[in-house]
Design a protein around this ligand. Structure first.
Ligand code: ZN
Length: 124
């Protein structure tokens, strides 16, 4: 066989090695404590939201992060088992309150909405 074939074989081997490394990483990541997984989840979320904003391909959540629970300690001493997580790796009940708009544009928009609402209700 010629050099071309060898190049393809090398590329395939490289691809195979990368897939194998990815698989091993997934196995290793699956055994990580939830706290570390939550960190990975936040990383993935940040990446995904940047990609979505830029209209690029959004990588789906890695399999080893699926089924990650919120894990917040509840009043009764048990841990929250919700798997529907937000940006911070917690569920909608345990993410903490929103601190409101941060950018000047966001603040202006909020004030506009407030004014509109007051106009609609007729008590300015
Ligand atoms: Zn929760």
């Amino acid at each position: 066989m010629g050099r071309h074939y060898k190049g393809v074989a090398d590329a395939l081997a490289l691809l195979h090695r990368a897939a194998e490394a990815e698989r091993q990483w997934a196995v290793c990541a699956a055994t990580l404590p939830d706290e570390s997984k939550r960190q990975l989840f936040r990383q993935w979320w940040a990446e995904a939201s940047v990609a979505q904003a830029a209209g690029r391909y959004v990588r789906s959540c890695p399999r080893y992060l699926r089924g990650l629970t919120c894990g917040a300690k509840k009043k009764d001493g048990t841990h929250c088992r919700s798997t529907t997580l937000c940006a911070n790796g917690r569920c909608k009940f345990h993410g903490g309150a929103s601190t409101g708009p941060r950018t000047p544009e966001g603040r202006a928009r909020a004030i506009e909405n407030l004014k509109l609402d007051r106009l609609k209700r007729g008590n300015s």
